[in-house]
Design a protein. Sequence first.
Length: 256
Amino acid sequence: MKKIILSMLVPMIALSVGAAEYMNVRTNDGNVIHYDLEEVEKVDYGNDKSSSTRYMNVTTYDNTTDKFEVENIKEVFYNDYVQPVSGQIGGYDYVDLDLPSGLKWATMNVGASHTDDYGDFFAWGETEPKKNYYSKYYPYFDLSWSDLVSNGIVNSQNVLTSRYDAATYNWGSNWRMPRYEEFEELIDNCQVVWDTLNGVPGCKFISQNNGNWVFLPAGGWYRSDYHDSDGVYGRYDVSNTEDPYNWEWCMNTEIS
């Protein structure tokens, strides 16, 4: 399942935002705080009297003010949508796309803090991210498919067992990695477009049944310890396959 990341210069708050409905503040740690523009009364700046720290203040009509250190702001940007949320399971949000199977998709990747965050990177069948994905560090590299079955890593239907499913291991028994045919169901029942969410490129699946959508950021992949092709390509592990050595669903900028 599939991270992108001012001195005294400040983001350009006074830009024309056209039909935008939301203001977003992305901090240097990757967090994004969303504001409905109809609820924002003012945005202003000030200095701490006891230091040289400069702040940006976002005040809403309910008299709440959020204070951001300018040096900790990566960018301020605007858009006309935020990820729809239909509910929550085990502390994680999901979106209902009204798919024939009834399957609910998570609103973000495992290890992510928001929709456009890449999340963690996993080698297939592993449940924790690591610094180097070189084959010599992959414990299943020399195992045959029958070895994977006999060791309980996959079952007789070529599906990863729950102990080796990164979603189940990290998010609990109510979550799992998608299967290849479930990606096909997603494609068959959605308008699929290459889009940008909060400045992050990826693939947006808009349900033809209820208009809800899910966004998969183009997080690229790792070649050994090198993060490659982020922003132009996405490789998402599936939990099953008819071909024992084809474990991924892929997307790139050719989607339109």
